[in-house]
Design a protein around this ligand. Structure first.
Ligand SMILES: Cc1cc2nc3c(=O)[nH]c(=O)nc-3n(C[C@H](O)[C@H](O)[C@H](O)COP(=O)(O)O)c2cc1C
Length: 140
């Protein structure tokens, strides 16, 4: 298996209903393709991780990449993995506009830093930890 993480910017601010549509289709497709993961939305920006069989993850990412509902899609991490960190989540979701101060701060720091290729891997690791924190917060 592999997992990847990307960031992107919504083309327009998305309503709860539009986000719901993305999630509905994502969960249906991901379940069929044996993909799990998590999507964070904050102030017009997305952070998403996908994990599963390499070909399925890459094909799904290619489809997402071309989606006109967002732009500036940048892959920040792609790694092999033996385990799923989002098992059981065909696509977990948090609208981080509705989060507490600390979490917002962590996301803002990440999204506002310029992406320097030299530190991209470290940043990717950090943002992945952020996603794991959300997973644990949601699972309680
Ligand atoms: C931020 C964002 C995240 C998305 N995540 C997924 C995803 O995890 N899985 C997926 O199949 N489609 C995802 N999509 C939707 C795809 O871009 C595409 O619209 C969809 O896969 C097409 O599915 P269909 O051919 O079944 O209609 C996402 C779109 C956006 C904008």
């Amino acid at each position: 298996m592999i997992y990847l993480v990307y960031v992107s910017t919504a083309t327009t601010l998305l309503s709860d209903e539009e986000l719901g549509d993305i999630l509905h289709v994502s969960r249906r497709n991901n379940e069929a393709a044996d993909i799990t993961g998590m999507l964070l939305y904050r102030n017009g920006n997305f952070i998403q991780t996908l994990e599963g069989p390499p070909q399925a993850v890459r094909e799904t990412y290619e489809r997402i990449f071309r989606d006109p509902r967002h732009k500036s899609v940048i892959k920040i991490l792609e790694r092999p993995t033996e385990v799923r960190n989002f098992a059981g989540w065909s696509m977990g979701f948090r609208n981080a506009d509705k989060l507490s101060g600390e979490d917002k701060k962590a996301i803002n720091v990440f999204l506002s830093e310029p992406s320097d290729p030299k530190t991209a891997d470290a940043r990717g690791g950090l943002v992945y930890k952020l996603l794991l924190n959300f997973r644990d917060a949601v699972s309680g």
